[in-house]
Design a protein around this ligand. Structure first.
Ligand code: ADP
Ligand code: MG
Length: 452
């Protein structure tokens, strides 16, 4: 990476680590003066900045630069002499960006009474096969709270839209029925509220707030597990609301059955209405989510880039958004769309690269593919010469890469005796030493195994 890109990438990352005000103050008019043999000289506009960067941000700057470019070993800060032109982001871009994000920030204020954040709506909730059902149920409820499914229980993994959907229900109800009292609360807050009110002897007062609601939404109820006293209070609130046909909406990271230490009577209440789960978004939906979110920000990244993100982040919509936000930050600082190379660098720390590990299945698959034979033939008793050789190679790799036991290897490949496995391993090991061809083949196979 050239020094300009390196600094841009650093700025894009650093703003996720420090406050906006600090970012604008300390990183305005900075850039890289030179980069030589692992030493980076950072240009700063004045002594004041120099001191701050050196004393407060040096660690962070180093960490990020080093993660972007392993060659970076040392950083020095220099106040640039007047007249020296620094290669740096256009100085205004930092300010522009700052105004921008403040705007975005102010738009969404959590309502003090309902606890709802207006940013979560049905309009910006993207539907795919994985969340169709919970979305439809949530929508139905917001049209006629209290009379369709009660309670509605939505569960699913982290970052997949539970909170978004729950809050969208609340926001939609208020839009359609402004006189209805909606109350959204995370289970954690609910619990601490109960605990405090017990201490202050104000339980009844607190309960009356909840019992007053027309729509009560409690997020992440798995946290109620093991909290007996809270569960008891909640049970009473629940019954009270339920009897009055008030809508209750709950979410959890797992189905009611799987929440341990949940009182049976509460569990059966949770299961009494509609249970809908949010699964994992498929590739097309992940791309659609990225497209929609970049359109919202009026930026169009190339398909190649969106597909790169979508193929690498598969299980969490929050992470998809996070990755996109980094690219957005880069774009706003540079007035330029990142290319694939830059994208990879920018997302290096975000994209979880699954540890490249071998598994018996991977080894067998790769060996079969490499020798162009059917996996089944490899696992079978077939004695054809080429197949026998491939099978021996697979046995060799199972032992060498996975330290599998010989009986396991024998069983795995055609139900052979462990002595066959030992024999194969020794044979290939010996042959590698004499045959460059075989040795190359095995290297190639290994490369493929660890690349998959
Ligand atoms: P959870 O509560 O399941 O952990 P969130 O509701 O907080 O997840 O979602 C994480 C982020 O992803 C939020 O910013 C949310 O707006 C966004 N998100 C989740 N699902 C969708 C969706 N279907 N459409 C658009 N944005 C979504
Ligand atoms: Mg949530």
């Amino acid at each position: 990476m050239i020094k300009e890109e390196l600094w841009q990438a650093l700025l894009a990352q650093i703003q996720f680590n420090i406050s906006k005000a600090n970012f604008a103050t300390w990183f305005k008019n900075t850039g890289i003066l030179s980069k030589k043999e692992g030493k980076i000289v950072v240009a700063v506009p004045n002594n004041f900045s120099k001191e701050w960067l050196e004393n407060k941000y040096n660690k962070l700057i180093f960490k990020i630069l080093h993660s972007l470019d392993e060659e970076v070993k040392e950083i020095q800060y220099d106040v640039t002499k007047p007249g020296l032109k620094i290669n740096q982001p256009s100085p205004t871009s930092v300010e522009v960006k700052d105004q921008f994000s403040q705007l975005e920030f102010q738009e969404f204020k959590v309502d003090k009474v309902t606890n709802l954040n207006p940013r979560y709506t049905f309009e910006n909730f993207i539907i795919g096969p994985f969340n169709e059902l919970p979305q439809a149920a949530a929508w139905a409820i917001s049209n006629s709270p209290g009379s369709v499914y009660n309670p509605l229980f939505i569960y699913g993994g982290v970052g997949l839209g539970k909170t978004h959907l729950l809050q969208a229900i609340g926001n939609e109800v208020i839009k359609k029925y402004p006189q209805q009292k909606v109350k959204y609360v995370s289970a954690e807050k609910f619990i601490s509220g109960i605990v405090n009110s017990i201490r202050n002897r104000t339980v009844e007062k607190l309960k009356s707030v909840y019992k007053d609601a027309d729509v009560l939404i409690i997020d992440d109820v798995q946290f109620l597990a093991g909290k007996e006293k809270t569960q008891e209070e909640f049970f009473h609130i629940f019954n009270n609301l339920y009897q009055k046909n008030k809508q209750i909406v709950l979410s959890s990271d797992r189905p009611p059955k799987a929440i341990s230490a949940l009182e049976e009577r509460l569990r059966s209440r949770f299961e009494g209405g509609m249970i809908a789960d949010i699964g994992l978004p498929d590739f097309e939906t992940r791309v659609a989510i990225l497209k929609t979110k970049s359109q919202e920000k009026k930026i169009s990244f190339s398909d190649e880039i969106l597909e790169y993100i979508a193929s690498n982040i598969q299980r969490n919509i929050r992470e998809l958004e996070g990755a996109l936000n980094r690219l957005v930050a880069y774009y706003r600082l540079n007035d330029q769309l990142p290319n694939l190379e830059t994208t990879k660098t920018l997302l290096k720390n975000v994209i979880f690269s699954p540890k490249k590990v071998a598994s018996p299945e991977k080894i067998i698959k790769t060996v079969a593919f490499f020798y162009d034979i059917k996996e089944k033939a490899l696992l079978d008793v077939c004695r054809k010469k080429e197949i026998v050789k491939a099978r021996q190679v697979a046995m060799y790799l199972l032992r060498g890469e996975l330290k599998s036991s010989f009986p396991f290897i024998g069983r795995k490949l055609g139900g052979k005796d462990h002595t066959t496995a030992i024999h194969s391993y020794n044979k290939i090991e010996k042959e590698i030493k004499n045959s460059e061809n075989l040795s190359n083949e095995i290297d190639l196979i290994k490369e493929q195994i660890y690349r998959l």
